[in-house]
Design a protein around this ligand. Structure first.
Ligand code: GRG
Length: 307
């Protein structure tokens, strides 16, 4: 077999892995969430509308792959994986609101506030956030995680999603719009707004699997590198992609005067940086051997993506 064939086979088998793990998360969330007919129907439907709109499921799959890398069971990591997707979806709904990015397209569909109105969109985000903690507090089968590990996961997610992480990053981002931003400030925005949740996905995967401190620290550094690289690529896609390929509005960063990696460093340097960050992240998890391979391929996929 030639090297090209081997690469293609590895890619195809990773695509199957990604689709399979994403389907497990979707089925778990679908069983967990109240059906759309549950009163008040508007909120049950708004939650489902955004959650099942075709997101890539990268954060929950990272939780599962990190757990697998250190010998954990996928079933036991499902509640944490679902919690990450619900927090992430809530942040997208709120980010799209008129008071923030004021966007009308997300995941290839009209945004929540366009369909349900602003009040329901705010509440759908709020409901997703509380569902995220409720699923970890009382996870349905097959998740059999100990109370101690669930509590640690709740602490990790609330810190990463809160004012010291994602919410704080959003504030830095909003406050820097239309102003010149230096490289260090830009990195801080990216690390908080996007990186914190991705770093926490890798950490929580390790925690639910009962990883050693050394392995947790490896996965923390891995998640940090991949989190920053992911946002750099998001900045590049905003310049190079289209509404149709991205499923969200392209060219938005420049229009709203946002600080981005291509703006501060140029597009070639941005590409190089994303690739270096992922290479060194993948290097850090080499000690996990074959068990860490899906996680390494996920990191590479996250910077090669086209949407
Ligand atoms: C509003 C509390 C609050 C926080 C907002 C995460 C965030 C902070 C805003 C979302 C908008 C945005 C551009 C964030 C950067 C992170 C990012 C690239 C999100 C998109 O993630 P993907 O590509 O999306 O994984 P899908 O739809 O595939 O899940």
């Amino acid at each position: 077999m030639t090297a090209d064939h081997e690469t293609l086979e590895a890619e195809q088998s990773f695509e199957r892995y990604l689709a399979g793990r994403a389907a497990l998360v979707d089925a778990y969330l679908d069983r967990y969430l109240p059906p759309g007919s549950t009163p008040p129907e508007t909120i049950s439907q708004a939650v489902r509308y955004s959650l099942f709109a075709g997101g890539k499921r990268l954060r929950p799959v990272m939780v599962l792959a990190a757990a697998e890398a250190v010998g954990g069971e996928v079933e036991d990591a499902l509640a944490a994986a679902g919690a990450f997707e619900m927090i992430h979806t809530y942040s997208l709904i709120h980010d799209d609101l008129p008071a923030m990015d004021d966007d009308s397209l997300r995941r290839g569909r009209p945004t929540s506030h366009v369909v349900f109105g602003e009040a329901i969109a705010i509440l759908a985000g709020d409901a997703l956030q509380t569902h995220a903690f409720a699923i970890l507090a009382d996870p349905p089968p097959p998740c059999r995680l100990s109370a101690e590990r669930r509590l640690r996961a709740i602490a990790e997610i609330s810190i990463a999603a809160g004012a010291g992480g994602m919410v704080g990053g959003q504030v830095f981002d909003l406050e820097s719009e239309g102003r010149p931003v230096d490289a260090a400030t830009l990195e801080r925005i990216h690390q908080n707004k996007t990186g914190a949740l991705i770093r926490a996905s890798a950490r929580v995967g390790a925690i639910v699997a009962g990883a050693s401190e050394d392995d947790l620290s490896r996965l923390t550094r891995f998640g940090e590198g991949v989190g920053l690289a992911f946002q750099i690529v998001d900045d590049i896609l905003d310049v190079e992609g289209s509404d149709a390929t991205l499923g969200k509005s392209a060219g938005k960063d420049a229009r709203s005067g946002k600080a981005t990696y291509p703006l501060v460093h140029g597009i070639d340097q941005a590409r190089r940086k994303a690739s270096e960050l992922v290479s060194s992240a993948v290097h850090r998890i080499e000690p996990f051997g074959a068990a860490g391979r899906p996680l390494a391929l996920l990191a590479e996929h996250m910077i090669r993506r086209s949407r």
